[in-house]
Design a protein around this ligand. Structure first.
Ligand SMILES: [Zn+2]
Ligand SMILES: [Zn+2]
Length: 371
């Protein structure tokens, strides 16, 4: 058996290399030797090199294996692999590799591999489409509430238009599996392209099967194979007391149906608040301006003040000036998801009388000489 090369030498690093440096070195070499990054002629050698650096990485990135290797060399770690030595089955850092090569391709092809499924990689592994399908889109809508509704909390019935999974085919567009003709079941279309880096293989998701690698045997008659149908539905949304303009409520899975058995999107209900004709809201407080007569301001008295759920009597002390603010503790809006309520702030102003009778005018003149 040929002598195996030293792992540190393979990764072109020193024996003191940190795990970051090991990762960095592997990233660099994986790029260099990845079979998809090499021309047909060099493919074979590149593939061997790629495997060799991956084996070195497998050992050195794992602190235990690295320690054994440092102590006893290849003998210390060979037992980790099968009798024939390292194979791809022994490689446990697929995620790192996906990351490395995935990003590499993204960089070269301008993000062409990014899809709305998120976790898709160029190898078609971990593909949301293949196993879990594509998640449906979120549906967003606004709901307008009065201050009274916000004060009490309310359950609203809202009508929404959304895609719902076809009840007949359960969203799969049909029944039975048939290997996709376009991609021969791989879910991907490979295209060799030339670039400044040499010949490379550009891999895109197969449009015909949307990456599943298979199509249905019998197209669903109900949805014509789309897997979903547009429907108008009533959804009941429970809105807690104390919400504010711009707050939103997320109803998980109540948005548009997914594709190929993927989960539905969410329904996002955004709160809009209509202005109240009487009470102004300032966070959890309510503000109101109330007129008082000149006699009440001067001599004191009590006035009726509207609050969110009725009226209260407010005592006006003797000699109250215009613009004075009274605080009604706990008469404001409820605190969202909390206890207690804000306050109501009552600003009084003196209501100067107009259009007086001749008699009233005379009395005020007399009064004027007295005060
Ligand atoms: Zn259907
Ligand atoms: Zn296909």
């Amino acid at each position: 058996m040929a002598t195996k090369r030293d792992y540190y030498e393979i990764l072109e690093i020193t024996r003191e290399a940190t795990s970051e440096q090991i990762k960095e070195a592997y990233k660099k070499l994986a790029r260099k030797y990845h079979p998809d990054m090499n021309t047909e002629k060099d493919k074979k050698t590149a593939e061997e090199k790629f495997k060799e650096v991956s084996e070195a990485y497998e050992v050195l990135i794992d602190p235990n294996k690295r320690q054994m290797y440092d102590m006893r060399g290849h003998e210390g770690v060979d037992s980790q692999f099968g009798p024939g030595g390292f194979t791809w089955d022994n490689f446990t850092h697929q995620e790192d590799l996906n990351d490395i090569v995935g990003n590499l391709f993204k960089g070269f092809f301008g993000g062409g591999f990014e899809t709305n499924t998120g976790g898709e990689d160029i190898f078609g592994r971990r593909m949301g489409r293949g196993r879990g399908g594509v998640r449906g889109q979120d549906v967003q809508l606004r709901v307008t509430l009065t201050l009274q509704e916000i004060y009490k909390g309310v359950t609203k019935e809202i009508r929404i238009r959304r895609y719902e999974a076809c009840p007949v085919c359960k969203g799969f567009g049909g029944t039975g599996d048939r290997i996709c003709n376009t991609c021969k079941g791989t879910g991907q279309i490979r295209r060799t392209v030339s670039s400044i880096f040499g010949q490379m293989v550009n891999i895109t998701t197969c449009n015909a099967c949307r990456g599943r690698g298979k199509t249905v045997e019998k197209i669903c008659a109900e949805c014509k194979g789309k897997g979903k149908t547009e429907k108008v539905s009533n959804v009941s949304v429970k809105i807690p007391a104390g919400v504010k303009e711009g707050n939103y409520i997320v109803l998980k899975g109540q948005g548009n149906a997914g594709s190929d058995g993927g989960p539905a999107g969410d329904l996002i209900v955004v709160i809009e608040e209509t202005e109240d004709p009487v009470l102004k809201r300032d966070n959890n407080n309510l503000i109101i301006r109330v007129p008082i007569s000149f006699p009440v301001a001067t001599l004191g008295g009590s006035i009726e003040v509207p609050i969110i759920d009725g009226k209260v009597l407010l005592t006006i002390p003797k000699g109250t000036p215009t613009g004075k603010v009274f605080r009604l503790h706990g008469k404001g809006m409820p605190v969202l998801n909390g206890y207690g309520r804000g306050d109501e702030l009552v600003e009084v102003y003196i209501d100067t009388p107009k259009n007086l009778s001749r008699e009233a005018e005379q009395k005020i003149k007399e009064l004027g000489t007295l005060i």
